[in-house]
Design a protein around this ligand. Structure first.
Ligand code: NAD
Length: 437
């Protein structure tokens, strides 16, 4: 059992706190957001994530998680402190490190000798060294501490399972003793542990996310070509995925990636490359293809409706979150697409199983409807933005009956084009040249 403090109780922080507590450690979860901490003390989760509430409740009951807004209280007995604050996109795509800097300064004010500071946030290469400098500057008296990089690879929607069964743990530090302690902390996860230097660990995270984003943009580029040449991208990615050198994951064509990580991390990596005098062509293409997908979706919607203008048209959006099983709306394609549809004069309605409250803040002119069948009433077209499982089993005959025009743009390729045609939908998926594009 170790005493751990987690700084920043957002998506990554709350999962880190809950999972380390479940592994038998004592965890102090700290956030500067008083409302969030007060809510947690009342049993309210700051995010939606399957299984999270049960996991947290169980560990609160066992007194293994406590919440605070006080760095002094949080660091009193801590041997390890995880920094899990946000690193959003700043000017020109550069990662904004203001939250990392303020948490480093606050840690420095209450640091005890021997503390190991583990950076879980996704941060530009060199940030670990910069955090050490901040701490030394803020508290010149402290002699013995270490900053270690341990990037997080969990996916929202399956965060607990990902945290508990990681593909690998990356530990970056030149301080062998600190690296070994951090590696030992992760031993119960029974994953391969790669110990490397700080900068390499920081780069592994960016390179991994950029590679996954590249796979998505690659298959979307192939989808465009499929549409022109009459091939079906679903079969193409299936056929490619059998090859173990390629693998089947992240080859789903659609309206592109979004969320809190890929968009900002590809941008930040490109920024880092440019700052060192490189021209990261591939990264720029990945981003361009992704932006184009959203614009193309709106063009394809217009072509399905045989109209250049959308005034008078009623469009229903199935799904708002950037991916299923989360309420995260950060950089979700639905925001761009919904805003473009509204700008073109359409009336836009939407249904999402979890994300409507968050989405309403970003899309105030979209009417949120709490049931997909009611939402479809009077619609001229439906667009699938998010591949929630429950959309796969919708009664599409019932949906068709209540729509003004049975037209569906499937931005995630969840429906079978042949069946959609049989039901009587005018249907278009992404990259399904032969079968319905
Ligand atoms: P988030 O915005 O959900 O949470 C960040 C939290 O930090 C907020 O609750 C905020 O109040 C708190 N905070 C900010 N400044 C603070 C300070 N000085 N002291 C204490 N708390 C402070 O962010 P997130 O999505 O959890 O991401 C955190 C980091 O992890 C980012 O760098 C992100 O790129 C990375 N990451 C995220 C995911 C993901 O799926 N969300 C996955 C892997 C890595």
């Amino acid at each position: 059992m170790k005493n751990i403090c987690v700084v920043g109780v957002g998506y990554v922080g709350i999962i880190t706190a809950a999972c380390f507590a479940d592994l038998g450690n004592n965890v102090m979860a700290l956030d500067i957001d008083e409302t969030k901490i007060a809510g947690l003390k009342d049993g309210l989760m700051p995010i939606y994530e399957p299984g999270l509430k049960d996991l947290v409740d169980r560990n609160v009951l066992a007194n293994r998680i406590n919440y605070t807004t006080s760095y002094e209280e949080a660091l009193k007995d801590a041997e390890f402190v995880f920094i899990a604050v946000g690193t959003p996109s700043g000017v020109d795509g550069e990662a904004d490190l203001q939250y990392v800097a303020s948490s480093a300064r606050a840690i420095a004010d209450h640091i005890k000798e021997g503390l190991i500071i583990i950076n879980k946030s996704t941060v530009p290469v060199g940030t670990g060294d910069w955090v050490s400098d901040i701490i030394r500057e803020q508290n010149p008296e402290v002699e013995n501490f270490s900053v270690v990089s341990c990037p997080e690879f969990l996916r929202e929607g399956s965060a607990i399972a990902d945290f508990m069964n990681p593909h690998r743990i990356v530990v970056g530090s030149l301080d062998e003793e600190a690296a070994e302690k951090v590696a030992r902390l992760h031993l119960p996860l029974r994953a391969p542990i790669l110990v490397t230097d700080l900068r390499t660990a920081e780069m592994i995270k960016y390179a991994s996310n950029a590679f996954l984003a590249t796979k998505i943009s690659f298959i979307n580029e192939i989808a465009n070509i499929c549409e022109d040449l009459g091939a079906d991208v679903m079969e193409v990615s299936n056929g490619m995925g059998f090859d173990s050198r390629i693998g089947p994951s992240f080859l789903n064509a659609g309206i592109g990636y979004g969320g809190s990580c890929f968009p900002k991390d590809v941008k930040a990596l490109a920024y880092m490359a440019e700052k060192s005098g490189r021209h990261p062509q591939l990264l720029h293409s990945v981003m361009e293809i992704n932006t184009d997908r959203r614009v193309m979706a709106v063009e394809q919607i217009k072509s399905l409706l045989d109209s250049d203008k959308l005034s008078g048209k009623v469009i229903g959006m199935l799904g708002l979150s950037f991916k299923p099983n989360t309420d995260d709306m950060r950089d979700a394609p639905s925001i761009t697409i919904g805003s473009m549809l509204l700008k073109d004069g359409a009336v836009v309605k939407a249904f999402d199983p979890i994300a409507m409250e968050e989405a309403a803040k970003l899309l105030p002119d979209v009417e949120m409807v709490d049931n997909p069948y009611t939402m479809a009433e009077g619609c001229d077209l439906l667009i699938v933005n998010t591949e929630w499982n429950e959309f796969r089993q919708l009664d599409l005959k019932r949906i068709k009956k209540v729509m003004r025009n049975p037209v569906l743009f499937d931005g995630r390729n969840i429906y079978d084009p042949t069946k959609m045609a049989e039901i009587g939908f005018r249907y278009r998926g992404v990259g399904r040249g032969y079968n319905g594009s």
